[in-house]
Design a protein around this ligand. Sequence first.
Ligand code: B4P
Length: 198
Amino acid sequence: MGRRLLFLGPPGAGKGTQAAMLARALGVPHLSTGDMLRRAVTEGTALGLRAEGIMAAGDLVPDDLVVAMVEERLAEPDASCGYLLDGFPRNVAQAEALATALGDGAIEMVLLVEVDEEELVSRLLGRAAELGRTDDNEETIRRRLEVYRAETSPLVAHYPATGIEVVAVDGIGAIDEVFARIVVALAGMPAPLPTVPP
Ligand code: B4P
């Protein structure tokens, strides 16, 4: 079994960006619940139809739907050699469901990407102009930040309380600089380090 890592951080912190780079470097699948849900919306599946309005409002999709989606993905053969979770678990109930499904070893370390709120809003408004995501308007961004504070940030205390280390990484700076910090943060782990891409 390879690396089982979780990226935690507020919307816009760069989790998706960094998780994709690190998953490539480690050779493990990148599991982003945001990407999976957006794909379901685009494909018009039953899950997508339930999730669409909730995501556009900046709220969390119900736990039972997200947990079932992740369990199904983790049962695929490529996840048997490790994975990088991005955007899941998003609250303590999801973390407990994951631990129940996969046991205590489901996550070996949490990487917390930290960025201040002003920078988050400006990045997400920038992405709105670029990608046209329906949840990247200022009102929804503020709502997503509120949901992060209320629902997701308690995981920062939950994981150490269950014996899993949370390592904070400064998410401000160029994408490659942040990646290099993540590589350093992983240095304490007993496995080969990924190399910083050119
Ligand atoms: P996500 O897709 O997870 O969206 P996000 O929190 O905004 O993170 P994202 O990965 O997109 O942002 P990133 O920091 O990479 O979730 C979207 C919605 O799906 C949620 O609101 C919710 O409704 C639903 N959902 C997802 N998971 C769920 C779950 N488990 N339970 C319930 N509901 C769930 O990047 C942001 C921007 O910053 C990018 O444009 C990027 O290019 C830029 N950026 C990255 N690094 C940078 C850097 N160093 N400097 C400058 N810009 C940078």
